[in-house]
Design a protein around this ligand. Structure first.
Ligand code: GTR
Length: 340
């Protein structure tokens, strides 16, 4: 009996202590439990070179929209167009370090960080856009995207790059006209060799500096697809556009491996899928804008010359392919296979 009473007293004492510890002692009313604070969204930045309404930027925006929608606002991707966060090389470096989550860039500059992508700078390796996409969407193209992990990137998807052609402030209407001219190129060794092979000289420089370099006559021209030729305003100074279509250098949406590794497997899956699903939008808009851009530069007075026969061009740059064939043997064979 005595024992029971003692036990009851201990239980009452403990109960009182528990109430006091919970702040419910004395006259205080029991506190209403606070609603769990909504977790702040994960904000991830994406750097883009092109202006807000350019097809790659609209692809980035579609990607961002899908991420927000599918994560119910938990993850936000902020797209910074027009090189606000730096030129392509600087953006790639920041992504590699993890200071920036994403960038959409050409595989041209990216190849300086991950050599296998250099194959895409080789001239005339793709016959057409369809040939290129067959390769990119096949196992070998996807393997190259996955291979970016070795350089601390996560390759999310490819976007359509169109075909690059030469343009100049001097009249260029055929291959021979390029002789002795100075063209800006995206910095990489293959571009330097390619321009030398067509009898001209190459000056590598960031995209954002090309306009003034054309204006001041530091260079005689550059090379790019029609949408870039238009939106960079290079067409206003370099009025001769020669459609030799020497390269198709895929655009790539890459993520920082450092940032990727901090996400849950479910969020990683969500991001990868959103990128893959944004490709359709980018490709549709690309096709439309490529035609529009061509019409606009013509209407603005550019002389656009079609190259009827690319064989002399292919012959001129063949030594470049030969020089790099061993380095890119497997990819070149796979690209050849995708042709059939
Ligand atoms: C464009 C490409 C850009 C950039 C630019 C350049 O076609 O979309 O990402 O690489 O060319 O020539 O620098």
């Amino acid at each position: 009996m005595k024992n029971h009473r003692a036990l009851a007293l201990i239980v009452v004492a403990l109960f009182t202590l528990a109430l006091l510890a919970a702040g419910c002692g004395g006259d205080k009313k029991p506190a209403t439990p606070a609603a769990p604070a909504a977790a702040a969204p994960i904000v991830l930045k994406l750097a883009e070179t092109h202006p807000p309404d350019y097809p790659t930027t609209l692809g980035d925006k579609k990607f961002a929209e899908l991420v927000t929608e599918r994560s119910k606002g938990r993850i936000k991707v902020e797209v910074y167009p027009s090189s606000q966060l730096g030129e392509e090389k600087a953006a790639i470096e920041q992504v590699q370090l993890g200071a920036l989550a994403f960038t959409r860039v050409s595989s041209g500059p990216l190849a300086e960080f991950n050599k296998p992508l250099g194959v895409f700078s080789l001239p005339y390796i793709f016959d057409s856009s369809a040939h290129m996409w067959k390769f990119l969407e096949g196992p070998d193209g996807q393997k190259m995207l996955d291979g970016l992990q070795t350089a601390k990137f996560v390759g999310l998807c490819y976007y359509d790059p169109g075909a690059r052609s030469f343009y100049s402030t001097k009249p260029i209407k055929e291959l021979a006209d390029l002789k002795g001219l100075k063209f800006r190129v995206i910095q990489n060794k293959i571009n330097m060799d390619m321009v030398a092979a067509v009898g001209a000289s190459a000056t590598p420089m960031p995209y954002g500096q090309v306009f003034s370099a054309l204006q001041t006559g530091v260079i005689d021209g550059a090379e790019n697809n029609a949408p870039s030729y238009l939106t960079s305003n290079h067409y206003q100074i370099a009025k001769y556009y020669l459609l030799d279509m020497h390269q198709r250098v895929p655009e790539v949406l890459v993520m920082s491996k450092v940032v990727w590794d901090k996400l849950s497997p479910d969020d990683q899956k969500l991001i990868k899928q959103a990128a893959v699903d944004s490709v359709k939008t980018q490709r549709e808009l690309w096709n439309k804008f490529e035609k529009e851009a061509m019409d606009k530069v013509k209407a603005a007075g550019s002389t656009v010359t079609e190259v009827k026969d690319v064989k002399p061009w292919q012959a001129a740059v063949k030594p470049v392919i030969d020089k790099y064939r061993a380095d890119y043997k497997d990819a070149l064979e796979a690209i050849d296979k995708a042709r059939k």
